[in-house]
Design a protein around this ligand. Structure first.
Ligand code: FES
Length: 94
């Protein structure tokens, strides 16, 4: 099976947490980190934030901007995705 093509988004996203389908970007002090939005509890797609932290809509797991769980039931960190900046874009290996 072929790998998914990388996701490409503009690099002018705001500070904080942004959601792009199955990808979460956490930006702080001009540094971005990308994570899979798939919750490490039972796999729901995380699509909202509270106080600047990603929160799963299914059972309320909450993660910090480094992908570490700060509230269960999830216990494992979010999967970090490879990210690079290129010509005004952010390219994420999904
Ligand atoms: Fe995310 Fe349960 S699937 S908290």
């Amino acid at each position: 099976m072929a790998d998914k093509p990388p996701m490409k988004i503009r690099d002018d996203i705001p500070e904080g947490v942004s959601f792009f389908d199955e990808v979460i970007i956490c930006k702080k002090s001009d540094e971005e980190k990308a994570f899979s939005a798939k919750c490490t509890h039972l796999g729901c797609i995380i699509n909202r934030e509270i106080d600047g932290e990603p929160v799963c809509p299914c059972h309320g797991s909450r993660f910090d901007i480094n992908g570490e769980p700060v509230r269960g039931p999830a216990r494992k960190r979010l999967k970090q995705l490879e990210l690079k900046k290129q010509n005004g874009s952010i390219i994420i290996k999904v």
